[in-house]
Every structure is written in structure tokens, then in C-alpha cells.
Design a protein around this ligand. Structure first.
Ligand SMILES: [Zn+2]
Length: 224
């Protein structure tokens, strides 16, 4: 929190819990930053979000604003934001949690904001590519960070590679089980009924997202 003007707002991706706060920072000098694919991702989801949230929120929805990025980060090259005594490295990824995930690394303290590339305690929500997501998580696991701030769940200070393990275990179990079903000519319904019913079922919101994750992963993996 600061009384100083806010120069930059960085969105890690377009999901509403990560982006609908933009309006609170919207004034002339604020620059909104996102992945190069964020404008498209926003355009394709906007009507759905508007309908869904106006239904859920009723009159509280009035005045809601969707503010997209002014500055884009490309997957071909990270962007460095020079804040004077602190530089932030913004990295845009190929498809993983979504097709437009962005991380922020504070190079001064070696603190990584993962956006939703990392969920802790709450079940991950797959809106991109299970293969892409696993590959990126395995790369993170090889790196060392002083602190990791996940998209959901508690921050990890003095972070070990073990921080990445629960989400990796979940995604890999889902992938292995689905591949087996596909090999046996099984169906998507069969997969949502049987895949990894106990793997990480202690995740928060497991009931709400697990079947959806299996469906999304199945659609991807059946074309392998
Ligand atoms: Zn998300």
C-alpha cells in the first residue's frame, strides 16, 4: 500500500480474480501490462464474464470495468521494468495454466510471483495445456527462489523445490490416468468418473474443478 502514484499494474492472466481489480488503479499515468495474448483472451471471454457476473452479483455488478493491457510482454523476450532501485523481470509463457500466463520476478530479492502457474492448497484450474503446464513447472522446480508468491494459497519463503510438488503430482496423475483410458479407447465420461479420484482430493474446491480439469486435459491428450 502506498500514497504514491501507481506506475504499473501487472496482470498475470485474464481470470477475473486476477484482473477485475484493475479499475481501482485506473488513472492517467498508470500503465497496465499483460501477456501479448491477453487482449485476445480477454475479448474471447468478455461476453461470458459479463453475463455470468451480472447474474451472480445483480446490482453490485453495475460499474464493473474490464481494463486490458496498454503494454504487452512477448513470449520471445522477457521485459525488464526498471523501478529505480529494483528491476522486475516479466516473463510471458507458452500455453500452460492459460495461453497467456505471465510471471514477475523481483530480481533484487529473488521473489517470484507465479500468477496461477502455481496453486497451493486450492485445486489448480486448467484453462490451457496440461502438457505445457507440467513442462513449465518442471523448469521452475530446477530454479531457486528466495520467495514464491502463488496465485492461490500461502507464500513460500526460503522456497524449496518441494513447493512445486503437490501441483505437479496432481497434474501428472491426471495425465497418466487419462492416457491409459485413451489407450483403452475409453470415453471422456469414463475419465471424469474415474480419473485420480483420490489424488490430492484434499485440495480446496476439489469438487468444483476436478471434473472440469479432467475434461480439458482429455480433449488435449486424445490428439497426442
Ligand atoms: Zn487463473
Amino acid at each position: 500500500m502506498t500514497s504514491l502514484p501507481v506506475c504499473y499494474v501487472i496482470n498475470t492472466h485474464v481470470h477475473p480474480d486476477h484482473m477485475l481489480g484493475n479499475a481501482a488503479f485506473d488513472d492517467e499515468q498508470t500503465i497496465f501490462i499483460g501477456h501479448e495474448k491477453m487482449p485476445n483472451a480477454m475479448a474471447s471471454r468478455l461476453a461470458h464474464y459479463q453475463r455470468q457476473f451480472s447474474e451472480i452479483l445483480g446490482s453490485a455488478y453495475n460499474g464493473t470495468e474490464f481494463i486490458g493491457p496498454d503494454q504487452l510482454v512477448t513470449t520471445s523476450e522477457p521485459t525488464t521494468l526498471d523501478l529505480g532501485n529494483r528491476s522486475l523481470l516479466l516473463t510471458a509463457y507458452t500455453t500452460a495454466h492459460t495461453d497467456h500466463d505471465l510471471t514477475v520476478l523481483d530480481q533484487k530479492t529473488n521473489t517470484l510471483w507465479t500468477g496461477d502457474l502455481l496453486f497451493r492448497e486450492r485445486i489448480p484450474a486448467l484453462d490451457g495445456s496440461i502438457n505445457g503446464w507440467i513442462a513449465i513447472l518442471e523448469k521452475f522446480q530446477q530454479q531457486s527462489f528466495h520467495a514464491i508468491i502463488p496465485g492461490h494459497g500461502p507464500a513460500a519463503i526460503g522456497a524449496e523445490s518441494a513447493v512445486w510438488q503437490p501441483i505437479l503430482t496432481y497434474l501428472k496423475t491426471v495425465r497418466t490416468d487419462i492416457r491409459e483410458i485413451i489407450q483403452d479407447m475409453g470415453t471422456i465420461d469414463q475419465a471424469t468418473e474415474t480419473v485420480a479420484p483420490n489424488a490430492c482430493s484434499n485440495w480446496q474446491l476439489f469438487q468444483h474443478y476436478h471434473r472440469r480439469n479432467v475434461t480439458a486435459a482429455f480433449v488435449e491428450l486424445e490428439w497426442e
